[in-house]
Design a protein around this ligand. Structure first.
Ligand code: PEP
Length: 251
């Protein structure tokens, strides 16, 4: 099977003000423009208020823009929510959905994530659907079953390899400095690929990202694992040198 082109996605979470965000995004955009052909696509997902300025700053570069969430509706009386149309308007091509922090902090269920993915797809956005088990679930031997359930519930019927990316993020590895072993990542990504087969046409082409304390020191090893088609990066995406090093670790 030919390997999919890697996607290196930065989830800035609730970090950064306008000046820092513009510095970071412009730095990455400049590196991408000057680098010539690279083995990865790069994406940044800033907080909502920074989408427009960052989008304008990187508009003439290959650096892609994404939101960290979106509402399952297009418009209306939904105070505090942001519609996929608004993300599109700001220049986004991607949106992260069902991140474990949203599942935990905002009670997002698989059904909610599914409805958001439908709305995102309607606007032509690529949905990055996050799945992953907690430490207790892994210790209880339930990791595969938990991830299977999340995939079954969160991925909508209209999902394709072009409009959907999966991010496997074991909850216990996010922001903790703990990383899943390459063998565990290999086993879970193979499991996810099998689950996608039959659910999404052209499942082999769906990019499956690994997320959880990816940094320059472990990126080459993780990105070389079979069925790992990129990374979803939190902390290390806030420093241009680190995020760039994760990209250039891709072969
Ligand atoms: C994330 O938030 O998606 C993430 C993987 O964070 P970190 O890289 O900081 O573990």
């Amino acid at each position: 099977m030919t390997a999919n082109r890697k996607l290196i996605a930065g989830n800035w979470k609730m970090n950064g003000l306008k000046a820092d965000a513009l510095d970071l995004a412009s730095d990455l955009a400049g590196r991408l423009k000057g680098a010539g052909p690279v083995a990865f696509d790069m994406l940044v997902c800033p907080p909502f208020p920074l989408l427009f300025p960052v989008g304008e700053a990187i508009a003439d570069s290959p650096l892609a823009l994404g939101g960290q969430d979106c509402a399952p509706k297009t418009s209306g009386a939904h105070t505090g929510d942001v519609a996929p149309t608004m993300l599109k308007d700001a220049g986004c091509r991607f949106v992260i959905l069902g991140h474990s922090e949203r599942r935990a902090d905002h009670g997002e269920t698989d059904a909610v994530v599914n409805a958001k993915a439908v709305a995102a797809h309607k606007e032509g956005l690529v949905a990055i659907v996050c799945v992953g088990e907690t430490e207790a679930q892994r210790d209880a031997g339930q990791a595969n079953a938990v991830v299977s359930g999340q995939l079954a519930g969160s991925i909508p019927a209209g999902a394709t390899a072009d409009n959907t990316v999966i991010a496997y993020e074991p909850v216990w590895a996010i922001g903790t400095g703990k990383t899943a072993t390459p063998d565990d990542v290999k086993a879970m990504h193979a499991h996810i690929r099998t689950e996608l087969d039959g659910k999404i046409a052209g499942a082999a082409k769906v990019r499956i990202l690994y997320g959880g304390s990816v940094k320059p020191g472990n990126a080459a090893e993780l990105m070389a694992v079979e069925n790992v088609d990129g990374a979803l990066v939190g902390g290390a995406s806030l420093k241009a040198d680190d995020f760039w090093a994760i990209g250039t670790a891709c072969r």
